[in-house]
Write a protein that binds this ligand. Structure first.
Ligand code: NDP
Ligand code: OXD
Length: 307
């Protein structure tokens, strides 16, 4: 019985070492050295894989990331569950990144980077975090943890999802009917939605127009959530004041894309959070045990919902 790992080889070697310690009964294989295809029961992969039929005894596909939009959900055999990554390491690294981005926006870091380049010494008004309201689109594994972390830093937080959540200290909005009032009071908007047919292109001119003038955007969801031309227009008109972007469509954006050089944009190369081998392996092994016991695995994707 084997587990095939198909992602970053450096982290793969860490997985291999940890699997040998924690689950010596499972033969851990690093792609492309898969051994016997008949023995493959579990596949851990970031990218979709063609020709899953070559693994006749495949039981579970584990996405090594929290998002599953990269998979063609229609091509996954009905009897093989797809499980997205739910583990503490991916959560804490996302909390760190969004805190960094919100603080950078709240404390005018983009202005000061520009001022430093021009050797300008000009202090901007400092306000407490409690006067800054952060709105989070998506209140799942990551969005709810980010909201609670930002609340701990003193920010006023609110979130929006499909179904209503109860989170201490966080105002929770739900569904399309409540989106407008959520947006109207979000000075910093963070996107932590999964990419689905419903959410593709959600960060567009119509949505930006509903934010308070001068609001800012943090996109850590997926590149196709954002209509980049609408963001550029909103930044240039002053409707938005700044953006921190971690995800793009495509990745990386072409060398001549205007986002690279926009003075009100900070960009990072899809590093907001990363699955951490130590904690991810605990989750995967727990899910394998659940699967063997006929129980529901944590993070099983609802293929019709798309996340
Ligand atoms: P979850 O599935 O746990 O949460 C998704 C949230 O989005 C839920 O609150 C869900 O609502 C809400 N949602 C989904 N569709 C809609 C919709 N149509 N309208 C309103 N709300 C909706 O996902 P995670 O928190 O684990 O991850 C979120 C995303 O973050 C990933 O899919 C991935 O794209 C991105 N990501 C980015 C990373 C990076 O490094 N940049 C790293 C990791 C993830 P409900 O609860 O009601 O279902
Ligand atoms: C993820 C990601 O989905 O890294 O985990 O983007």
């Amino acid at each position: 019985m084997s587990f095939v790992y198909n992602a970053d080889p450096e982290r793969g070697r860490e997985w291999q070492r940890l699997f040998a310690q924690r689950a010596p009964d499972i033969d851990f294989r690093l792609w492309p050295d898969i051994g016997s295809a008949e023995e493959v029961r579990y596949l851990g992969t970031w990218a979709p894989m063609e020709d899953l039929a070559r693994f006749p005894n495949l039981e579970v596909i584990f996405s090594l990331g929290a998002g599953v939009d990269q998979f063609d959900l229609g091509s996954i055999p009905d009897h093989v569950p797809l499980v997205r990554m739910r583990e503490p390491g991916i959560v804490t690294t996302m909390q760190e990144y969004v805190a960094m981005a919100v603080l950078a926006l709240h404390r005018n870091l983009i202005d000061y980077i520009g001022q430093q380049r021009e050797a300008t010494w000009r202090a901007l008004r400092v306000r407490p975090a409690s006067q800054c309201r952060v709105g989070i689109l998506g209140l799942g594994q990551l969005g709810s943890a980010v909201a609670q972390h930002l609340t701990g830093l003193g920010f006023a937080c609110q979130g929006w999802g499909r179904t209503r959540r109860q989170l201490e200290g966080v105002a929770c909005f739900a569904g399309d009917d409540e989106l407008a009032s959520f947006l109207a009071s979000s000075q910093v908007l963070v996107c932590l939605l999964p990419l689905t047919a419903e959410t593709r292109g959600i960060l567009n001119a119509k949505l930006f127009a509903q934010l308070p003038r001068g609001a800012s955007l943090i996109n850590v969801g997926r590149g196709p959530h954002l209509v980049a031309s609408d963001l550029l227009a909103a930044l240039d008109s002053g409707q938005l004041s700044a953006a921190v972007l971690d995800v793009f469509d495509p990745e990386p954006p072409p060398a001549d894309h205007p986002l690279w050089h926009h003075p009100r944009v900070l960009m990072t190369p899809h590093v907001a959070s990363m699955t951490q081998p130590e904690s991810a392996i605990e989750r995967v092994l727990d899910n394998i045990a659940r699967h063997r016991a006929g129980q529901e695995m944590i993070g099983t994707v609802d293929l019709t919902r798309g996340y």
